[in-house]
Structure formats: C-alpha cells, structure tokens
Ligand binder design. Structure first.
Ligand code: SF4
Length: 359
C-alpha cells in the first residue's frame, strides 16, 4: 500500500457535494448513468444500484432543458453527489446548477466562446460548485489542432491550461481536469504532461474505452499506469455495459494496485490437468454471493486439494476440491475436510465467521 501512496502527487483539494477530491483524499470512484436523465425513476434506480456497488460520484447527461430540470427530483432520492455533463449548450450548465447539480462537466472544445465558459464559471461560483474541464482529443479547439498539427498530447494540455487560466482569472478555483484520448498511449502521455504543469486534481479516464473485455483492458492499463505513478485523484472506467460493471472494474484496479480496498479479494487458480471440479462455476457463485460484501477477507478458490493450499498461502481462507472431497484451508494449512458439494456453502460460512471476529 505504501509503495503507491508514497508516490502519489499532492494536488489541491476540491469538494464535490460531500466528497473530497485531491489533496491526498482517497482516489474517488465515479460512473455515469446511461438512462434518459429525464426518466427520473429509471435514473434514480440506476444510481441506487451504483451507490450499492460503491460509486462515490455519479454523472448524468444533460442534453436538454428537461434533463436539467430532472436533476432536482433525482437529487431528492440519491445519496451521492451528482455531476451534470454538458456538451454544446452552456445554458444547460447554468440550468443544471440552478436545479441542484453538485458539479458541472464541460467540454470547452464544444462549448464555444470563452465568454460562454466565463458565464458558466460565474454561475458555478455563485452556487459554490466545481467544474471539471473535460478536454477530449476528438473535440479540440481548431486553432490548437492547427498549431500542433493534430490532437497531440501537447495540444490537449494547452487546451486544458488555457481553460484553467480562464477560470482562475475569474477567481474560480474549484477545478478538476480530465484530458482523454481514445487510445491509451496518448491518454497516458497527455496526463503525464498535464500533471507536470498543474496541481489541480485530475480525473482519469480513457474515453470510448469499448466493450466489456477491451474496455477493461484499456482502462486497467491507461488508468492503472497513471495511478501507479501517483497521478490521478478520481476516475471513471468507461464500458459499453451496465455502469455497475464500471464500478466493479474500478475497485479491481484500485485493489490490484493496493491503493484502496472494497470488499473481498478473490484469487482463484487458472486450473490445469489436475483440476477435477467445475472451478469456473464455483468462482462465479462465490463472486455473485459476495458482490455487495464489504469484508476485507482474502479468499482463495483452488482447483485441487494437493497443490491448492500451498499455492494460496497468503489467503485468509481458501477452498479446494477433487475426488468428492472438499477442503477448507487457512493461510495454507488444511483445517477441515467435507463433502465436495459443500464447497461454496462452507466458504461463505467461514467468511461470515471471519467478519464476525472483526466486529
Ligand atoms: S491449484 Fe491445482 S488445479 Fe489449480 S492450477 Fe494449481 S495444480 Fe492446477
């Protein structure tokens, strides 16, 4: 844990609703709804599921006036801060702030003139809410594209700095910045450069990350490499899926880097020719059963009774099976034998006992 925490870049701290971002606050996990924002029951229901999965800040799209107005009703039924995502029309940012949004996300490249960004900043200041400057490689200002001959990391960073300077010149400092490209290498290069030039908190993400499988790989690499270097104060994993999967992936990234933990850590063997049980199904059952668990336990689910316990010595609790026999082991030592069909049940009972001892 200290390996990464010691290296983390200290940024200024801002507040989104009741969540602190930057300045050594825990790296915050975000997601974005994919319901029609104006469909209040559907949007609230999705946000509740995101909250349960550990989402700490949620963003909703505000494509029109109706969506902006819906923020007031949505806010009444949710517990986490809500950020309004604005493209093109700066008036929707102002309407969202008035409707109670806890923060605004603007893409300065498509908002238009500096005067419009200025109007939004003045409004956000009056409501004391932060603005995320969301620079996107696909919609950079034309003069920067020309100057840098394309959406290079340098062009993206200049766009970010230009907008930071505009906001700070208005004495507006509740700022965080994202600087996303759809390819991982450019995203990493842009964030590294930006991090060397500003101490405002950074929101990480790889835009249009893609389907579940490729999205998880791209986000884990892009976001993970930056977090491992100490860059990044909050992030969203983008997946073309139920956004709850984004939260699960986010915590797996944080867990893998020992930055934050939420819920059990499950390790399982890849299986080999010695495995005589349906390990894939057992792992799936355990994962589903513990989906909303906050237990800090480290679990091992191994495919054979001979090598399994030894291979998973670091797990608090483990199970393995084969030839009709199930075994329970703790820290690599076998503590109990039982019929193989009770593997999942025994493991879940042991997790309960483990949690009870911690209370
Ligand atoms: S624990 Fe057993 S089944 Fe799993 S990979 Fe190791 S030897 Fe193979």
């Amino acid at each position: 844990m200290t390996l990464f925490a010691a290296k983390r870049k200290k940024t200024r701290q801002i507040t989104v609703g009741n969540v602190k971002i930057g300045g050594m606050a825990p790296v915050a996990v975000q997601s974005m709804t994919n319901t029609f924002t104006q469909d209040v029951p559907a949007t609230v229901s999705q946000i509740k599921r995101l909250e349960e999965a550990g989402c700490e800040i949620v963003r909703v799209a505000v494509p029109d006036e109706e969506a902006a107005t819906a923020i007031t009703s949505i806010k009444k039924s949710i517990s986490i801060p809500l950020i309004a995502d604005i493209h093109f029309d700066y008036r929707l940012a102002i309407a969202s702030a008035k409707a109670g949004a806890d923060g605004l996300r603007l893409n300065p490249g498509n908002i238009g003139t500096m005067e419009k960004v200025r109007a939004v900043a003045e409004c956000a200041k009056s409501f004391d809410i932060p603005i995320r400057i969301g620079v996107n490689s696909g919609s950079l200002e034309k003069d920067l594209l020309k100057k840098y001959n394309g959406a290079t990391p340098e062009a993206m960073v200049e766009s970010a700095i230009r907008n930071i300077e505009l906001l700070t010149s208005l004495d507006f400092h509740q700022i965080k910045i994202s600087i996303k490209a759809s390819d991982v290498r450019r995203t990493i290069a842009a964030y590294r450069l930006l991090s060397s030039k500003t101490d405002f908190p950074l929101h990480l993400g790889v835009t249009e990350a893609g389907t579940l499988f490729s999205g998880i790989v791209k986000s884990s690499l892009g976001i993970g490499m930056l977090l491992a270097e100490g860059i990044g104060d909050t992030f969203r994993v983008s997946l073309t899926r139920d956004p709850v999967e984004e939260i699960r992936t986010a915590y797996e990234i944080l867990k893998a880097l020992d930055i934050r933990r939420r819920g059990p850590e499950i390790i399982s063997c890849p299986t080999c020719g010695r495995c005589k049980i349906n390990l894939f199904e057992i792992v799936e059952q355990v994962e589903q059963a513990l989906l909303s668990s906050l237990s800090p336990v480290r679990l091992a689910i191994m495919g054979c009774v001979v090598n399994g316990p030894g291979e998973a010595k670091e797990a608090d609790i483990g199970i393995a099976g084969g030839d009709g026999v199930g075994i329970l082991f703790k820290k690599g030592e076998v503590v109990k034998k039982f019929p193989q069909d009770k593997l999942v049940q025994v493991l879940l009972e042991e997790v309960e006992k483990y949690d009870a001892e911690l209370r």
